[in-house]
Design a binder for this molecule. Sequence first.
Ligand SMILES: [Ca+2]
Ligand SMILES: [Ca+2]
Ligand SMILES: [Ca+2]
Ligand SMILES: [Ca+2]
Length: 211
Amino acid sequence: MKKELLLLTFVINSLLLNAQAWEEKCISCSTIDARSVKPFDLNNDGYQDLLVYAVYDHDIVWYKNNGNGTFGQFRIIGNSLNTPTSIHATDLDNDGDLDVLATSIGDNLVCWYENMGNDEFGPIQIISNTEEFPYSIYSADFDNDGDQDLVCASKNSDRISLYINNGSGIFGASQTISTSADGANTVYSNDLDGDGDMDILVSSEWDNKIA
Ligand SMILES: [Ca+2]
Ligand SMILES: [Ca+2]
Ligand SMILES: [Ca+2]
Ligand SMILES: [Ca+2]
């Protein structure tokens, strides 16, 4: 009897789940070659805005959340990158607002844009122009000193690099984490072994590896 009740509950739940309707709300239908969209509260008003990059336009843009899930016209953060490959936002200069990070291939840039407040971002600040096909970037406090450092995956050099923040958004020379991620395409971080420090996760497509 208990088994049958469980089965019935499962069937009802499945039916309810299937009955859920998802409605598309188009935020933009003209972002040419849109590649990525991520939510971040970029203007510190408590609502998640959207950070986007589009390859054809070479643009990194954001859409301000009006507070009700509708969004304003896109605002350009940067439009000088050759071919953007990843974006992320974190507070790099420790002033309480989220700054924007990006990588770009063609010009092999790892860069950031300072959040100036008032919905504006500052000019491009180059962290590195020597990565080979930088494909993915992520931030975490890797040296446990209270500021956000960076980790970058470069596809053509199979390299995972670490950039340590001095606390104000100025970064030291790159440190090598690995040179054996063949075709590295994604980097991420979390404390995987629960020892209180941030570890690094990598996927690489030419050696079929997750490490
Ligand atoms: Ca916001
Ligand atoms: Ca900041
Ligand atoms: Ca740090
Ligand atoms: Ca750890």
